[in-house]
Design a protein around this ligand. Structure first.
Ligand SMILES: O=C(O)c1ccccc1NCC(=O)[C@H](O)[C@H](O)COP(=O)(O)O
Length: 260
């Protein structure tokens, strides 16, 4: 069993447990359920940098990245750095994240927030809305075409934007549909952890122009972004490169200064 299969197996158990503890009616009563979403696609269209900065404590590929930063400061730092949006990993077992991280990020900034999660059930989309997210991630490799359609349409009905993540042509072809807003190419093979920007370059021409293109993972310098921009990428998801420093916000700020 590869790591992705393991994560999804655990996620199914976790979601069953969460559903048995907190009913959907309770999620729908959250004050955040009524707030207007902030559009990440609009911010990306109007940005010179396109940076989406991630809060990431640890990961299966790198183990511990940084356990010392607090999400409140990181979100404020990213906002004053001028990023377009923030990605918050909410998985606990493999990434050390939580729904509280999302809530704290929401309380501390006005950035569009992406709930970075392995979504396998509509319940997690309701949670995303109730805890202040603006965008959800759907990972094509763990979902069927029917699930992608159902989940993305459900997210749109809650005014959430949808980022679909792909790794290859097959995943792209099974997933393209009007209920998506952004298509992200993950440069990290989630089964082997190999990282290559060539994945973004190779898939760029196959992604229809109706979607904002985002390149995800393994971006650690400005020259990588300069290399990817001519391929039509308007968004760049960066985690470890900022989070491995003592001050993720300052690190994002100097990165963006060098980029624009
Ligand atoms: O990062 C991992 O090791 C990982 C392993 C298995 C599934 C997902 C994983 N990462 C999620 C992400 O997509 C990244 O956190 C995100 O793109 C940022 O990547 P990076 O800039 O390389 O930290």
């Amino acid at each position: 069993m590869n790591i992705l299969d393991q994560i999804v197996n655990d996620k199914r158990k976790e979601v069953d447990l969460r559903r048995s503890l907190i009913p959907t009616s309770q999620l729908e009563q959250s004050v955040l359920f009524e707030r207007d979403s902030i559009s990440l696609t609009e911010r990306l269209k109007n940005s010179d940098s396109g940076i989406i900065a991630e809060h990431k404590r640890r990961s299966p590929s790198k183990s511990i990245i940084n356990q010392n930063l607090n999400v409140f400061d990181v979100a404020q730092g990213y906002e004053s750095a001028g990023v377009c949006g923030m990605s918050v990993l909410t998985d606990g077992k493999y990434f050390g994240g939580s729904m509280d991280d999302l809530l704290l990020a929401r309380a501390s900034c006005n950035l569009p927030l992406l709930r970075k999660e392995f979504i396998i059930h509509t319940y997690q989309i309701l949670e995303a809305k109730a805890y202040g997210a603006d965008v959800i991630l759907l990972i094509a490799s763990i979902l069927s075409n029917i699930e992608i359609k159902r989940f993305s349409e459900f997210a749109k009905s809650l005014n959430l934007e949808v980022l679909l993540e792909i790794h290859n042509e097959e995943e792209l072809h099974k997933s393209v549909m009007p209920s998506l807003d952004m298509i992200g190419v993950n440069n990290r093979n989630l089964k082997t952890f190999e990282v290559s920007l060539e994945t973004s370059k190779r898939l760029s021409t196959l992604i229809p122009d109706d979607f904002i293109k985002i390149s995800e993972s393994g971006i650690s310098n400005v020259s990588s972004i300069k290399e990817l921009q001519p391929y039509g990428y308007q968004g760049f998801l960066i985690g470890e490169n900022f989070m491995k420093t003592d001050n993720a916000g300052e690190s994002a700020k100097s990165f963006i200064k060098n980029l624009i």
